[in-house]
Design a protein around this ligand. Structure first.
Ligand code: ATP
Ligand code: ZN
Length: 293
């Protein structure tokens, strides 16, 4: 029977989120994480656990059908040409969000990309960096490093760096300051362009639809509250991303109604405080485990 071969990072930032997503999609695996190859017990899916940098070429060559990889790695490999150029994003997965940024010593004179002309930049993303600057008419020397890029300016290996940033703490700790965003990235599901095998695509469709449900429900909440009847419209207007809340009567009360709503945007404390200020009471925010629409 046909099985879909899916490449996932064996360990690291994409591995956690990737395995978590697959488990929420209902896939069950018999073995621990240390196996190179894992077979899902309840869907025709086989995992190949590899380094993230190898995932685009494994999918491009046909060794795997699909892969979960950072968009940053995908784009870097695609710029290198060859087979990865034939890959496409099947679904954006909403985790491992990070940005690729240009940064330079805080005390130095590099403040914008115009100051980079003729300078040396250390990065693990040489093609993305060079192309981004070339498109803006700036020529630089690129030093490729596979890790610890943030130490390059201190070691006088480079004048500036182009590196992944999430919180900015690593830059800060190394006396660096970001001044330009080259790319905003997240984990993506990739495949070869073109029609593909019908059976594989049918399995992929199940995975994609379930993933969409998992991603949507991650930020979606179910809100329950009691609202004074005369404040109902104001309270409905405050519910973030709610389509059509259910309004039900409360036994023995005609001044209060119960409101139930699926909110498709993040629910902040500020929102709850605003609801309370409008007279809402007994406010409950519940997570939604699964959604299928
Ligand atoms: P491997 O051993 O598989 O080559 P790695 O060291 O290249 O692992 P990780 O550090 O695990 O990779 O990062 C994998 C991916 O996670 C990156 O390519 C990027 O898409 C994303 N990522 C990297 N840094 C961050 C971050 N600080 N916050 C969120 N996501 C990140
Ligand atoms: Zn890597």
């Amino acid at each position: 029977m046909t099985r879909l071969r899916l490449a996932v990072q064996s360990k690291g930032r994409l591995s956690e989120g990737g395995m978590d997503l697959l488990k929420k999609c209902g896939l069950r695996f018999a073995y621990g994480r240390d196996r190179l190859h894992q077979r899902a017990e309840n869907l025709p899916v086989d995992l190949m656990l590899v380094r993230d940098d190898d995932i685009p070429s494994f999918v491009a060559s046909g060794a795997c059908d699909y892969g979960i990889v950072g968009e940053n790695v995908l784009l870097e490999k695609q710029k290198g040409g060859g087979k990865p150029a034939d890959l496409e994003i099947a679904l954006r997965l909403g985790f491992a969000k990070c940005t690729l940024k240009l940064a330079a010593p805080k005390e130095g004179e590099i403040r914008s990309i115009a100051d980079l002309e003729g300078k040396t930049i250390a990065t693990s993303y040489p093609d993305l960096t060079r192309d981004y600057l070339a498109e803006r008419g700036i020529t630089v020397d690129v030093v490729e490093m596979s890790g610890s890029v943030e130490v390059a300016p201190r070691l006088k290996i480079a004048d500036a760096i182009c590196d992944l940033v999430s919180s900015g703490a690593t830059l800060e700790a190394n006396g660096l300051e970001a001044f330009e965003t080259v790319l905003v990235s997240e984990a993506v599901l990739i495949r070869r362009k073109g029609e593909g095998d019908a059976e594989i695509e049918a399995i992929a469709d199940i995975l994609k639809r379930r993933s969409e449900g998992v991603i949507a429900s991650a930020q979606t909440k179910y809100i329950l509250l009691n609202a004074p009847t005369d404040r109902l419209e104001a309270i409905k207007a405050l519910l973030p991303g709610a389509d059509a809340p259910t309004v039900a009567s409360v036994a023995g009360r005609d001044d209060v109604v119960a409101v139930h709503a699926v909110c498709r945007e993040r629910v902040f404390w500020e929102t709850l405080e605003a609801l309370k200020a409008e007279g809402a009471r007994a406010i409950l925010v519940l997570p939604i485990e699964k959604m299928l629409s």
